[in-house]
Design a binder for this molecule. Sequence first.
Ligand SMILES: [Zn+2]
Length: 287
Amino acid sequence: MRNAGVALTDQSAARRAPPALRVLAYHAIADTGGMGRFEPYGVSPIEFRRQIGALQRLRWHFVSAGEVVAYLGGAPLPRRPVLLTFDDCYGSVLEHALPVLEARGIPAVAFAVTNRTGRTNEWCGPTTPQLPLLDREGLRRLAAGGVEIGGHSRTHPVLPRLSDADLADEIRGCRDDLIGMGLGPARLFAYPFGAFDERVRAAVAAAGFAAAFTTKPRLIRGGTAGYTLGRIEILRRDTGWQFHWKVSVARAWPGMRQLPRAGAARLRRMRSGGRAADERAAGEPEA
Ligand SMILES: [Zn+2]
């Protein structure tokens, strides 16, 4: 009986715990089937609309950049909070994502490569299909539609490989560029390729960004170090229950064979409209 009492106390504490934030990371909102190395990085417009609708039906609460910055400083968030982000600012985000978001009043963040605006994803290399990136006017239209523009460097290099001077140019220069475009000062940064180290983190903080995102999938809790925030990458293959599994447990998709039994049970409860993930999150993984 004594043990049962302890367990109940633990459960009560878990219920009072602030909700964990999930951040989803999209790239292009386009059908990238047959696009070789770029193929994984597109979610089709139809699938994107489906995913947003499903999240709404499951009562996820879309939060803004401002709410996230406040949360990191200790402010509360609504239940089941999720932030949408888009890396690189592809033209398809304006064309296909913004109408979905605007119609539903959903905020988001898009990370711009400021010396590549109006060009293409050249950093992927010549053998990768090239997709158009938004120019300054396109970024302004995104911002006017409720999408905050964050920094993603000037040219999308692997930041830890750069000299101190080049690092400052890529990060501080990116923030200056956004201010020059009338889009700043930017509060959020996303590491190109998800690559960072201590020196890169320090440079992002010194440039004035309030927080920065990796591509490592994990939940974010208030008080988390603000320059290593996890995100869940949503890729072309993440449809149906694979999408819901990733959002629910904030881990990379392990494949059907490795899917832990507990994860499958959690997914079934979630999809059947059971209790919110955060309400039963005492042992929720933080990958
Ligand atoms: Zn990128």
